[in-house]
Design a protein around this ligand. Sequence first.
Ligand SMILES: NC(=O)c1ccc[n+]([C@@H]2O[C@H](COP(=O)([O-])OP(=O)(O)OC[C@H]3O[C@@H](n4cnc5c(N)ncnc54)[C@H](OP(=O)(O)O)[C@@H]3O)[C@@H](O)[C@H]2O)c1
Length: 302
Amino acid sequence: MSVIKNVAVAGAAGDLGTPVLNAIVNSGKFNVTVLVRTAGKATFPSSVKEVEADFTSVSSLTNALKGQDALVSTVGTSGLQGQTLLIDASIAAGVSRFIPSEFGSDLDNPKVGALPVFGYKMAVKKYAEEKASEHPNFSYTNIRNAAFLDWGLEKSFLLDWASGKPRIYDSGDQLLSATTLATVGQAVVGVLLHPEETKNRAVRIHDLSISQNKLLAIAKKISPNRTLEPYHDSTEKIFKGAHDKIAKGDYSPGVLFEFIICSLFGEGYGALHTSEADNKLLGIAGDKSDADIEAILKPLLA
Ligand SMILES: NC(=O)c1ccc[n+]([C@@H]2O[C@H](COP(=O)([O-])OP(=O)(O)OC[C@H]3O[C@@H](n4cnc5c(N)ncnc54)[C@H](OP(=O)(O)O)[C@@H]3O)[C@@H](O)[C@H]2O)c1
């Protein structure tokens, strides 16, 4: 397949979109365009072209995507479902590679794929697979990074240091993969530079593997005077509780969040990436350590 030169990013102003856009721009290897709903709302690097599009219209998106080789989507939750339109527009505009906004748990794992929280991501994944088989010039790559490391610590998601009462899932010793936003950006660049090797498949990457008990130990070490009183909760119980609520029609963000917890900390969801093959292919060292975690946590706990 031919070289990717012109790259469009949708969702470039988001938490993940910003570092992904920076990685693509800073690689110096691509002409970069951002697709936005409203021009002028966010500030982008000066070399980036901003194009406004109606994300509910395939023809508007097709016009915006003319001349692009790849489309990277980092849209947030409310934009996930509409990515089928991004796929239709990509095909119409001749875009050869689509990277959907997944960037998390391994949707190929049947336990993950069945979780209600990933309904839209699964629908988009299946749609991309179907369209790639119908249109040989169109292809996709899914990026699976398990948990965001820096974002997950900042938001008290991997370890709730902010409340002082971190919820520890199961034993707290189970390992999961974690990846900084900058490394996810590096993975996106790696995919764009290796279109053939990453065609129509998922790549699995990570900076390190970590447990909650380890994160707790690091937090206690760097902030010995901070009150941290962990309590344990069972992912099986969390799963059942969330399912009972869904059965009663409660699809609130808090309930859906509980399923994300299960996908990362529960048994059998594949949140620990053991093969280093894709790290290597995409130029990711995968050698972050406790010192890197300390560097992220220190300013947060100060
Ligand atoms: N693995 C993990 O630990 C983890 C953690 C968090 C997120 N994620 C995943 O990372 C991806 C990005 O999440 P994020 O937190 O970075 O998202 P975010 O900050 O909420 O992203 C917002 C971006 O998406 C765009 N957007 C939102 N709704 C849209 C719509 N309906 N149509 C078009 N664009 C829309 C926004 O555009 P405007 O500027 O126009 O508003 C903005 O650029 C998601 O797939 C998310 O599930 C993974």
